[in-house]
Ligand binder design. Sequence first.
Ligand SMILES: C[S@@+](CC[C@H](N)C(=O)[O-])C[C@H]1O[C@@H](n2cnc3c(N)ncnc32)[C@H](O)[C@@H]1O
Length: 386
Amino acid sequence: MLQYKKIEIELNEGNEDITKAVLELNNAFPKEEILLDVDKNKIIVNLRLLDLEKFKEKLNEITEKHNLSFQNPFTQIIYEIESIKSYGIKSGKRLYVDYDKERKVKNRKQKIEDRGKYFYARDNNFSKINNELPKDFENKIICADSEEFLKRLPDNCIDLIFTSPPYNFGLDYENHKDGINWNAYFDKLFGIFKECIRILKYGGRIIVNVQPLFSDYIPIHHIISNFFMENKMIWRAEILWDKHNYNAKYTAWGSWKSPSNPYLKYTWEFLEVFSKGDLKHEGDSKNADITDEEFKKWVYAKWDISPERNMKEFGHPAMFPEELVKRVLKLFSFENDIVLDPFNGVGTTTKVAKQLNRRFLGIDISEEYTKKAIERLKGISYQKKL
Ligand SMILES: C[S@@+](CC[C@H](N)C(=O)[O-])C[C@H]1O[C@@H](n2cnc3c(N)ncnc32)[C@H](O)[C@@H]1O
């Protein structure tokens, strides 16, 4: 007997047109792939294999033909099907049952060992002994050059670093020249990142948001990832932050309508995620504050989040949107953890950290941005005793 994945949609009341529409759908698709039943006040969708785009097209056609209202049950069916994020692909269609059986690799664990999972990070010398961040540095926003300041912190004292360095695009920062020779840029950046690795706890994470300068053909995200891997950090994930900013001109660089030198457009940035020593970060499960829904949604590594809209108000050209920081902190850290941003700008990381009951430390070289970051913390109090 064929196995199906079942979806049930409640009907407010039986409707002749709905029954006709279900019949037409069943005629349009093989019953081995999808089969719909109307049973009293329910539509039952038996789902096995589906060309989703074709199914949507057919539904649109049927909806129009039967003049079904905008809020018809088929809209809900599409929504439910699109919410299923685990499926296999077979002949270009989505396979909803037994797809993991088909892919099953025998002796998976042994094969992972044989291949050498994160082999580049295995022979690290990281100490497993974690230290407390001195109280003097806890919940502070500091104006300093991070390369100098971080030297004052003990080894292994920070749970999570989330940051976005200047991208070297030539942006107008208050107190920092953006747009210098690439070698000088990477020397400075890696001086700061070396300190970041040292002060991260064993099992701690560093997440770096970057946008490559495509017009200079410099893949900063790859160069940074390479640096961390050479320094024995585990590259654990890459998140695409899609900002959907389609405002770039078509012919700014390269060639128009010719293969001679086409220039591609990007509406997204990258978040590269690294772990020190171990993928697992120790913490009390009572301090995990991510909800079921958030977890299910955010483990899909493409995040659609609009850019921060209030940059003018803060006088800063490259701020994080708060939603981005919220997702990173809830997915990768526990309440009460210590969160550091060594390029804190006007303090989006530190503000959200406080709102989410994390301890924090923010550092920026600009006095003006530091003052604004401190200002943004006013009126936010911890919701829990840390
Ligand atoms: C992309 S911005 C970060 C913005 C921040 N995420 C926010 O939401 O406001 C980079 C920041 O790095 C700061 N910066 C540049 N060089 C620095 C250094 N050596 N030490 C500390 N901060 C530095 C700049 O002043 C700038 O505010």
